[in-house]
Design a binder for this molecule. Structure first.
Ligand code: FMN
Length: 203
């Protein structure tokens, strides 16, 4: 047996909240699946609305339909309800390698910075921080109030990576997808996932 076959798959939590940026979430999921990761997906109600609006152009799509389209029955992907406290992602005792909340709303930033946990996304992110595991938060909001900035600084100080959904243009972007790929690539880098989405500076 090759050594690669003996390694357990990387386990990643993908939380989706109600900020603009659904194409980034889809790109991250696709990148994780392509890398053979096991992915737990949890979307808030507002997150579902954003996925439906931005990916499927139909804000009235029901939750199950949105998530079925989003995950496309990909191998290794599980879907978790926001109140699924029995999920492995709700506990520090489960072996989870990395957590990402993309897109990350300012409401979720404020909740996380306060230490409150009212859904599985908050709980999983809080577990990541207390267990000193990799947590990547991808906000899009702009401009930012001092309340937002303080919340983000608090989370940064607690160990989260704040990765703004702010694509660069220096890699020769021709299409919107190129800009999406830029942000997705930076997220996958932070999660430790191999990809070939964007030519690296200097290559
Ligand atoms: C289409 C759409 C786009 C939104 N974009 C943003 C955004 O970019 N940033 C943000 O902080 N909130 C945004 N909101 C508002 C949040 O969804 C709202 O504050 C919600 O309560 C967030 O809850 P959640 O963090 O549990 O998902 C948007 C809402 C909708 C419906």
């Amino acid at each position: 047996m090759r050594r690669r076959d003996t390694l357990p798959a990387m386990k990643v939590f993908l939380g989706i909240t109600g900020a603009s940026g659904a194409p980034y979430a889809k790109g991250i999921l696709d990148g994780l699946v392509a890398a053979g990761a096991e992915v737990g997906v949890c979307a808030s109600s507002a997150g579902i609305e954003v996925l439906a609006t931005e990916l499927y152009r139909d804000a009235s799509l029901p939750r199950d339909e949105v998530l079925a389209r989003f995950t496309d029955h990909a191998a290794g992907v599980t879907i978790h309800a926001p109140d699924d406290w029995k999920s492995p992602f709700a506990s520090g005792s489960a072996r989870i390698d990395a957590y990402v909340v993309c897109p990350c709303s300012m409401s979720t930033v404020g909740t996380l910075a306060s230490g409150a946990m009212t859904n599985l996304i908050h709980r999983a992110a809080s577990v990541a921080l207390k267990e000193r595991r990799r947590l990547v938060l991808v906000p899009r909001e702009t401009p930012l109030s001092s309340i937002h900035l303080r919340g983000l600084a608090t989370l940064n100080d607690a160990g989260a990576v704040i990765l703004l959904a702010a694509p660069g243009f220096y890699h020769g972007a021709d299409t919107v997808q190129d800009l999406v790929d830029f942000v997705v690539a930076r997220c996958l880098d932070q999660l430790g996932v191999e990809h070939a989405l964007v030519r690296r500076w200097g290559d």
